[in-house]
Design a protein around this ligand. Structure first.
Ligand code: NAP
Length: 251
């Protein structure tokens, strides 16, 4: 790895899809800032794997649901790497399956604060550093949306689905806003991916249970989402911005 390796921040990089993105990005020559909210040990394990393979990585604690934490994550990247070239807004939550008329205002507020406000504030920090308008060298932003944005999550979690719908709209709008400033902005929309997130909805076996109903008769893997993200991060996607790439096995 060279000293001038491009630097990528992956929010929620400690587990699941985010961890797979961190590992794949390091293999493709990125220095990686592995953000996490509480899973310090898991984040340090991702960092250790990258360093053992000769790559560069640091773990940075920070709750993307808190504006001050996002500022401090970027300040730590400034201090440690002195540059940032890419952001993957991956951190996201679901909640217990509920109808809208059962949800509390606090639940809906938390869902939007972490899933959409956090992504927008992190992207704003990235644009301030990467945009040629601000003296930066350009860069790339990937937002992790969900097929729930198109399916609506009815009877399961319409708040989650709505927050991902907002991610899609934000992706298209920001892409156009910064297209002439050497920043590309795209999203991936995973379908059912086998990670721990389903346990938070009360369905730890969801990926296995729903497999027979999926077009490919299986859930996807975090690595399959990471491959799509790495493509969008790469120069192979140099004329792609504002795109929403479904990684859903046809779901
Ligand atoms: P996961 O296994 O639950 O991992 C979530 C990651 O996000 C963890 O690293 C977690 O770190 C971090 N995180 C959670 N809240 C955070 C916060 N407030 N601030 C910073 N980090 C936070 O989830 P996943 O399945 O990999 O999901 C990753 C993304 O893919 C999410 O945006 C999700 O909506 C999206 N997605 C997933 C699926 C799926 O089927 N799995 C489908 C469509 C979209 P800590 O452990 O430290 O909290």
């Amino acid at each position: 790895m060279t000293d001038d390796a491009p630097v990528l921040l992956v929010t929620g990089g400690s587990r699941g899809i985010g961890a797979a993105i961190c590992l794949a990005a390091a293999q493709h020559g990125w220095a990686v800032a592995v953000n996490y909210a509480s899973s310090e040990e898991a984040a340090e394990a991702v960092v250790g794997t990258i360093r053992d393979a000769g790559g560069k990585a640091i773990a940075i604690a920070g709750d993307v649901g808190k504006a001050e934490d996002i500022k401090s994550v970027f300040a730590k990247i400034d201090a440690h790497f002195g540059r940032i070239d890419g952001l993957v807004n991956n951190a996201g939550i679901v909640d217990a399956m509920q109808r809208l008329d059962e949800m509390t205002p606090e639940r809906i507020d938390r869902m939007f604060r972490i899933n959409i406000t956090g992504s927008m504030l992190a992207a704003a920090e990235a644009v301030r550093r990467m945009s040629t308008r601000h003296g930066g060298k350009g860069g790339v932003i990937i937002n992790v949306s969900s097929m729930a944005a198109t399916l609506g999550g009815g009877g399961q979690y319409v708040d989650y689905a709505a927050s991902k719908g907002a991610i899609d709209t934000f992706t298209v709008g920001l892409a156009r806003e910064v297209a002439a400033e050497s920043i590309r902005v795209n999203a991936v929309r995973p379908g059912i991916i086998d990670t721990d997130i389903h346990a938070a909805a009360g369905l730890p076996d969801r990926a296995r249970d729903i497999a027979p109903q999926l077009p490919m008769k299986r859930a996807g893997t975090s690595d399959e989402v990471a491959d799509a993200v790495l493509y969008l991060l790469s120069p192979h996607a140099s004329y792609i911005t504002g795109a929403l790439l479904d990684v859903s096995g046809g779901r």
